[in-house]
Design a protein around this ligand. Structure first.
Ligand SMILES: NC(=O)c1ccc[n+]([C@@H]2O[C@H](COP(=O)([O-])OP(=O)(O)OC[C@H]3O[C@@H](n4cnc5c(N)ncnc54)[C@H](OP(=O)(O)O)[C@@H]3O)[C@@H](O)[C@H]2O)c1
Ligand SMILES: *[C@@H]1O[C@H](CO)[C@@H](O)[C@H](O)[C@H]1NC(C)=O
Length: 347
């Protein structure tokens, strides 16, 4: 079978490398934190919204909530795709309720229409959990705009969710009062935030050039840093106004979804990505775990404004980029950009 002893030893090395690699992969999987289903708030019958629920992590998150009996609103820009998700999930579980509703975060008007429709049709019991999950991909070297003229990542990932969250606060507050239990807002951020750099004089890169890293677009990193600052300031304002709503930000990890894989990276980057994915990669279901943890865990009832990763507290606060002045400034700028009326926000 083997032509020579060299081939035999090469064969042995391949086997050894494969065994060790899969061993490490298995260990990493075992060691990271997982959802503890024995310590969850009961969410059956409660209303939950997940943005970007038509694919990847969002779709998996919806399935977890449905399994737990919740009434889940899939807030999606493509309703046909969302309906297909509903059918797929329905073929696996009959629990809970699944409702697809149109939301295109690229448009402030669509955000407002979504909230009006939600209030009219499903606002009876208030809203117990809001998951700000939708995110645009990571295209390097291009700058796109939303309907309102915002740089797309910043507009969709941050500003759209900023407006959505503010407009839904009365509903979150209502559910908290009816259930006598805090409602929760979970924003899906990313470790890419560490490469973010916000220039408050030019948030949309209209005047300054943008600089992508080998892996991440500057826009993606900035929008994710904005998600983290938003979480910090939101929690602070909720606390100050004594609104019984908690806020958390999540890093889902490296998850095998469209966003990451379809990208024309240079070959070296592709190899590094491939290795990272092999060892650290999560399925969408695994990627949804930290979101589910922050949405339901009893451990977190008295926490707010923190970050979580692998279903564990992630001490991100020490990072210099996450400071309170920036969080406040971003909030104030965002209020102006989305034209949030004084009477429209509880905060
Ligand atoms: N995958 C990872 O490794 C990873 C790592 C860190 C953070 N994240 C974050 O996790 C979140 C989910 O990403 P994913 O990996 O699950 O990606 P995905 O599979 O591409 O899903 C993204 C979802 O967002 C939706 N979306 C995009 N633009 C939208 C818009 N303008 N309005 C409404 N919905 C919009 C997409 O809708 P369509 O179905 O219509 O395209 C899709 O449902 C994102 O915030 C992402 O940044 C992911
Ligand atoms: C979302 O809105 C933007 C801006 O109006 C638009 O260009 C895009 O086609 C819309 N996406 C979908 C899927 O409707």
């Amino acid at each position: 079978m083997f032509c020579c002893s060299f081939c035999l030893s090469l064969f042995n090395w391949i086997i050894i490398t494969a065994v060790i690699s899969f061993g490490i992969k298995f260990l990493i999987k075992k060691l990271r934190g997982h959802v503890d289903i024995t310590n969850e708030v009961d969410i059956s019958g409660k209303t939950v919204i997940v943005t970007g629920a038509s694919d990847g992590i969002g779709k998996a998150t919806v399935e977890e909530f449905a399994t737990r009996g919740a009434r889940v609103i899939l807030a999606c820009r493509n309703l046909q795709k969302a309906e297909r998700c509903v059918q797929q999930i329905r073929s696996r579980t009959t629990n809970g309720e699944l409702i697809a509703l149109h939301l295109n975060l690229s448009s402030l008007k669509s955000v407002r229409n979504f909230v009006t429709e939600f209030n009219q049709k499903y606002g009876d019991k208030g809203l117990s959990i809001l998951v700000n999950n939708a995110g645009v991909g990571n295209p390097l070297g291009v700058r796109k705009l939303t309907e309102d003229g915002f740089e797309e990542s910043f507009g969709v990932n941050h500003l759209g969710h900023f407006l959505l969250t503010n407009l839904l606060l009365p509903q979150l507050d209502k559910a908290a009062k009816e259930e006598e239990m805090p409602s929760r807002i979970v924003t899906v951020s990313s470790g890419a935030a560490r490469f973010g750099k916000l220039n408050f004089e030019d948030l949309m890169f209209e005047k300054t050039p943008f600089v992508d890293t080998a892996f991440f677009s500057q826009f993606l990193c900035n929008s994710k840093l904005a998600n983290n600052l938003f979480n910090l300031e939101l929690a602070k304002r909720l606390r100050a106004k004594k609104v019984n709503v908690r806020s958390y930000a999540v890093c889902p990890g490296v998850v095998e979804t469209n966003t990451v894989l379809e990208f024309p990276f240079p070959p070296v980057v592709k190899i590094v990505l491939w290795i990272t994915r092999f060892f650290m990669g999560k399925t969408p279901k695994e990627g949804a775990e930290t979101t589910v943890y922050c949405s339901t865990s009893k451990y977190l009832t008295h926490h707010s404004g923190e970050m979580y990763r692998n279903c564990e507290f992630w001490d991100y606060s020490k990072r210099p980029k996450l400071n309170e002045q920036d969080a406040k400034l971003l909030w104030e700028k965002s209020e102006k950009l989305v034209l949030l009326g004084r009477d429209e926000s509880m905060l």
